[in-house]
Design a protein around this ligand. Structure first.
Ligand SMILES: Cc1cc2nc3c(=O)[nH]c(=O)nc-3n(C[C@H](O)[C@H](O)[C@H](O)COP(=O)(O)O)c2cc1C
Length: 493
């Protein structure tokens, strides 16, 4: 299977939804928490200091600092503001509670796991760890200096983000692989921005040999390595790396559900996007993104002093938005869009593959309509005039929130250009970028007192028709909505 076959076969249409209705088997829902059992588990200190640099400044590229003087405190702070549990919801009918995390996830199913290698952290043994997000602890899977086949890196902290596709496929079936990729993009930015807020730099690598990394980390066979993120910088408390031999504990991965339904299309697209040898960065640089201009110049962004730590942990997906007349300002929109156009630091990010189309419903000073964002210079090009609320909701599989928001988005991915540069691997990169933009939209909206929701469900071809997108202009890969959230009675913390 090629990326194209997978993408075509997982498009939503009225017909595809009617043809194959899906009933969820709640008794077989995969456990959203992975544990590697039987290994030493290390505490991460409670109540890490809040990164107090304003979130918008971090989104625009500024770095904060950390008071952490040792490895455990540093790791605790990093993970508490990127991957930890941050709230819970109660199901009204049963009273059952379930956890929500700093990083969002389609259907709250959390296919992404965080593994990390450390070298030379003060008061923290060198080794390989898996983050136990259910308890904010680190499972020590190996001790000592591991052979760093991962990215040929000497960074003191290297994360390996993995996906467990079955968690997502349980609900979303074949389309789930797309959501796993989005979720990795969200997790990557959650991590990269938290790292920046506490004073370190990150760089993500998508170019690695999948099976080597899986083997190096002795991942359970249901976990697939997707992205490597290395962290460096003066704020990381380091000393000389340990000299000791590697000792493996490994651990026994918990079983996530009684049964696992096979989704051969997911296995095939994953196989098609794997690398069997490193693809030598830069040998075929991606063609630059198209440039253009619009008639509306975006004003200077409004500012916000809300601290990164508050924003990261308070971020939530809105259940719906308050329709009505309350609008957002054009300077708020400008601030949100500016957050999406800052560079991404990754080996596949020399150029952008995503272009944003906006369905403006209620933005002061902007006529309702559809606009295309040109990032440099920051301008909006008007594509359609008139009320877009019914269209935006309809295109998003009839989800009201896309019409009740102040603004909704279609992210158009230039899949062809990505694949020309990176082969089928490029399919992953376009979705990572979409998820990464989504994470920045979530945080920018939260920083400005607005709410946001990622939307993975849309009628693909109808979006293309509505936006008059010729196939060479790209395909829709993600939707998003921002506005004034309704209160969610299920939310507990
Ligand atoms: C890739 C992705 C796709 C999503 N798609 C939808 C969607 O179509 N409709 C919706 O209401 N929420 C959607 N969400 C929001 C999730 O349901 C939400 O992130 C999850 O329930 C966890 O809640 P939290 O974001 O408040 O942590 C999506 C989130 C992500 C990351």
């Amino acid at each position: 299977m090629t990326w194209r076959e997978y993408h075509e076969s997982t498009k939503h249409s009225g017909e595809s939804l009617r043809r194959a209705p899906h009933v969820l088997d709640w008794t077989n829902m995969p456990d959203p928490f992975r544990h590697y059992e039987g290994v030493p588990v290390l505490d991460l200190p409670a109540d890490p200091a809040i990164p107090d640099i304003p979130a918008l400044e971090v989104l625009y590229g500024a770095s904060g600092s950390t008071p952490a003087g040792d490895g455990p405190t540093f790791l605790s702070q990093l993970l508490f503001y990127s991957a930890a549990i941050s709230a819970s919801k109660r199901v009204p009918s049963t009273g059952d509670r379930y956890a929500l995390r700093v990083n969002p996830s389609s259907g709250n199913l959390h296919p992404t796991e965080f593994h990390f290698l450390t070298r030379g952290l003060r008061a923290w043994p060198d080794g390989l760890y898996h983050y136990r997000s259910s308890a904010h602890m680190a499972e020590q899977r190996a001790l000592g200096g591991l052979e760093m086949k991962l990215a040929g890196t000497s960074a003191p902290i290297v994360f390996v983000l993995t996906s467990i596709a079955w968690r997502e496929a349980w609900k979303y079936r074949d389309r789930a692989y797309r959501y796993c990729l989005h979720d990795i993009g969200h997790a990557w930015q959650a991590l990269a921005l938290a790292a920046r807020a506490i004073g370190c730099d990150s760089f993500a690598a998508g170019d690695f040999v999948d099976d080597e990394v899986a083997q190096c980390c002795r991942l359970h066979e249901d976990e697939w390595p997707m992205l490597i993120v290395e962290l460096r910088g003066g704020s990381i408390p380091v000393h000389e790396p340990d000299a000791g031999e590697t000792v493996w504990y490994g651990g026994h991965a918990n079983r996530l559900s009684k049964e696992r339904t096979a989704y051969p299309r997911i296995d095939e697209i994953h196989a098609a996007t794997k690398l069997s040898k490193r693809a030598c960065r830069g040998s075929s640089p991606a063609e630059p993104a198209p440039t253009g201009s619009g008639e509306i110049k975006l004003p200077s962004p409004v500012s916000s002093t809300r601290a990164f730590g508050d924003v990261a942990r308070m971020r939530r997906s809105a259940l719906d938005f308050r329709g009505g007349t309350q609008s957002m300002s054009l300077t708020q929109l400008s601030a949100i869009l500016a957050a999406t156009t800052q560079p991404f630091l990754a080996d596949f990010a020399d150029t952008h593959f995503i272009q944003l189309y906006l369905y403006a419903h209620r933005v002061d000073g902007l006529q309702p309509g559809v606009y295309r964002l040109w990032p440099d210079p920051a301008e909006l090009e008007q594509i359609k005039i008139g009320d877009q609320r019914v269209a935006a909701a309809g295109l998003s599989l009839g989800q009201d929130l896309a019409g009740n928001a102040c603004v909704a988005f279609s992210m158009i991915g230039d899949l062809e250009r990505a694949v020309r540069a990176y082969g089928d691997r490029g399919y992953r990169y376009v979705h990572f970028e979409a998820g990464a933009i989504g994470q920045r939209l979530y945080l920018a909206a939260e920083a400005l007192g607005l709410g946001a929701t990622g939307i993975g469900a849309f009628y693909d071809e109808e979006v293309h028709r509505y936006l008059s997108l010729a196939p060479e202009r790209g395909q829709v890969v993600y939707h998003f909505a921002i506005g004034y959230p309704v209160s969610d009675p299920r939310l507990e913390a």
